[in-house]
Write a protein that binds this ligand. Structure first.
Ligand SMILES: Nc1nc2c([nH]c(=O)n2[C@H]2C[C@H](O)[C@@H](COP(=O)(O)OP(=O)(O)OP(=O)(O)O)O2)c(=O)[nH]1
Length: 142
């Protein structure tokens, strides 16, 4: 018998710099998958849109104010701890200095991503980047 699992909506920001590099941050201590590299973001709260949640999460976690969020793709991911729908948004403009307010690390990355380990739920994004950018070969190190 399968039990019904609630679907948690997550807003995820794919920040892209003018040179094409994208921002990865580590998951803070105390959260599941602590230390794994991911795209910054977090859970959508009741009454929020994905865009509103993304602006709030990036303000709270990395200290920036984002401009427009461009919805890109969604992906449902079934983790042992939760069933999540990742709502990936591309962001090209933001204001403020990056501050890792939860003690995370940050890295600007290209393909292949060299920081590790990468959170399983971020790997599809690297594949989409590889398609867009005609990148052949591995997208990240195992
Ligand atoms: N932020 C983010 N979360 C991701 C990515 N890929 C992925 O599978 N996830 C998953 C991990 C978590 O189960 C969920 C995000 O929840 P979270 O724990 O980061 O959210 P939050 O900041 O609101 O945390 P909390 O304080 O409510 O626990 O989505 C990603 O690239 N970025």
């Amino acid at each position: 018998m399968s039990s019904q699992r609630p679907l948690t909506e997550v807003a995820v920001g794919v920040l892209i710099a003018p040179d094409g590099q994208f921002l990865l941050t580590t998951r803070p201590e105390g959260k599941v998958y602590a230390g794994y590299w991911e795209f910054p973001g977090g859970k959508v709260e009741a009454g929020e849109s994905v865009e509103q949640a993304l602006a709030r999460e990036l303000r709270e976690e990395i200290g920036i104010e984002i401009g427009q969020a461009h919805p890109w793709k969604t992906e449902i991911f079934d983790y042992p701890h939760a069933l999540v729908r990742l709502n990936f948004c591309k962001v090209f403009d933001w204001q403020g200095e990056f501050q890792m307010l939860e003690g995370q690390r940050m890295a600007w990355a290209g393909l292949p991503v060299r920081v590790q380990p990468v959170l399983p739920g971020t790997i599809p994004v690297l594949k989409w980047f590889a398609e867009e950018r005609h990148h052949a070969g591995p997208t990240h190190l195992d």
